[in-house]
Design a protein around this ligand. Structure first.
Ligand code: SAH
Length: 213
């Protein structure tokens, strides 16, 4: 199977045709090999239109969701970004191409360790990984120009908003454990603007501001 051709097709059919138009995001999705972030037995499905299992009852996100979150985060290249939910490290690798430095927190040791090995093998070196509950952010590294959350949250934790720069934005799936809305919260001067980008389904966030353990 030609994985490079499958990836090109994914970008065209799943991303461009559905309205992803940020050329930097499309370029990053073209460049990062999703097949490297999943077990070999799933490699032929690497560019399918959906999530895939990565062990520990977690999933690598659907390519379209990864691209949409990156586009909604509106990155120009110089940002410091916090990702909550490293998972496979796939979205981390895409974000690494879109910003200056990406900080990513994962709560499951096996996934954290696996992502570390895969990202190092890809020579991605603008990434800092941390093991722990990321639901209240990473205060030692704050502030962040953008915070992206890749697990469902029941609400927006105040500590995350406090870790944004004055122009910062938070992108997160917010809602029930089975269905969420992709929300962007931006800080505009002293006020907050909330925008919605459709329904989505993510695995549940655990920890202090998640759905519990
Ligand atoms: N973007 C990732 C998605 C992984 S799924 C990818 O494409 O691979 C969401 C991840 O969030 C899971 O790995 C899960 O373990 C992690 N997670 C859940 N609750 C968390 C928390 N409180 N802190 C950090 N990570 C958490």
């Amino acid at each position: 199977m030609d994985l490079n051709a499958a990836r090109e097709r994914m970008v065209l059919e799943q991303l461009e045709r559905r309205g992803i138009h940020d050329t930097r995001v499309l370029g990053a999705m073209r460049a990062v090999q999703r097949d490297r972030f999943i077990a070999p037995e799933f490699a032929e499905h690497a560019y399918d239109d959906g999530p895939l299992p990565i062990g520990s009852d977690q999933t690598i996100s659907q390519p379209y969701m990864v691209a949409l979150i990156c586009e909604v985060a509106a990155l120009a290249g110089g940002e410091r970004v916090l990702e909550i939910g490293t998972g496979s490290g796939y979205q981390t690798a895409v974000l690494a191409r879109l910003c200056a430095r990406i900080y990513s927190v994962e709560t499951i040791p096996a996934l954290h360790q696996r992502a570390r090995v895969i990202l190092a093998a890809q020579q991605i070196d603008n990434v800092e990984l941390r093991l722990g509950d990321g639901s209240s952010g990473w205060s030692e590294q704050a502030p962040f120009d953008a915070i992206v959350v890749t697990a469902a949250m029941p609400g927006i934790p105040r500590p995350l908003l406090d870790q944004l720069t004055p122009e910062g934005r938070l992108v997160a799936p917010i809602g029930e454990d089975e269905l969420q809305t992709l929300v962007r919260i931006s800080r505009i001067g002293g006020a907050w603007r909330e925008e919605y980008f459709g329904e989505c389904r993510f695995v549940k966030m655990t920890g202090k501001y998640g759905f519990g353990d």
